[in-house]
Design a protein around this ligand. Sequence first.
Ligand code: FE2
Length: 426
Amino acid sequence: MNFDILLKGGVLPDGRTVDIALSDDRIAAIEPSIDAEAGEVFDIAGDLVSPPFIDPHFHMDATLSYGRPRINASGTLLEGIALWGELKKEQTEDDIAERALRYCDWAVSMGLLAIRSHVDTSDDDAMKGVRALLAVRETVKPYLDLQLVAFPQDGFYRAPKARENTLAALDMGVDVVGGIPHFERTMAEGRASVTELCEIAADRGLMVDMHCDETDDPMSRHIEQLAYETQRLGLRGRVVGSHLTSMHSMDNYYVSKLLPLMAEAQVAAIPNPLINITLQGRHDTYPKRRGLTRVPEMLTQGIRVAWGQDCVLDPWYSLGTGDMLDVAFMGLHVAQMTSPADMRRCFDMVTSESAAIMELTDLGLEKGKRASLVVLDAGDSVEAIRLRPDRLLVISNGRVVARHQKSESALSLPGRPSSVSRRHKN
Ligand code: FE2
């Protein structure tokens, strides 16, 4: 049998060594050994083959805007939101689309082939972003799954036009219902926004992904309402609480009640470790809180958790690369997930777990799934997190979309080898 592409000798995240054959846009076979003709054959002996990296939490309407119109001097979430308000007034639809597409190029080069991006729906200026990202979603569709969340950044009730524009964005084809209950004027309005937004999602058959309790205030408990509405409206498995940083500071007894409620409702969590460790705790002296939500405890309860990136070079974050391994690396450290099993889990939390949350059921390394995968210059998933290595080969829907040569450092040391690789081989 002839295949389009044959990959020889790759190592899967579960440690098996396999050959992988691709035909059209599908994985045709994964076997210990495949002897067949193929249009292109790649020798990837000993290299990790991963399902695509997936970022389940991003802001593509703001990315690559760092410094415009000024930098965030305090480094806080609230100054970032104010700064974003200034940028929205000056940026154009073309400007947003150009930056978004440039970011998507970076993403593809990193093997990041699916992104859930929130898009601001607070006001008329924000609707430029909705129109731009709907167009970008179509442009990148052949190689990157872009899922959009209608996100009333300035408050669903607090911003005068947010309700109207959020509904309009959903009418225009935005995929997921977002919200920001902790930014409403009162706790009561925050709770009411959760209720109404979940009802909108249930009516329209859509998923929900809210910025929820992104604050150091331990009394910010909108996640409780989100779990309740998920149950009441039959949205189990389709709802995400993003950030959940207040949980870091909550009373332990309350959390012991809250986590089983989240598990029962099958509400997933998306912490964003690069941003949470940067923005939270800014009002603390010492000890200074980390702000990351309780990831190991959620996993123990069977709650689905995926790492998100949130920001790259924008009003909230002055760094960022588009590499989900940077995100896993930070998450692993801050959550202290250092056992071998936990480190492997952190890798899944930027690949298969985020795919499940985004309902991308046809991604994964199995026969019959889409022919989308990444080959890395690493021997296993833990080494991939340690090194954040080059992506040697990125294939999306059966097409090679990015390639990179293996690199080694040349050395000139007396009595030592002439080159060194940072890969560790036992
Ligand atoms: Fe966010």
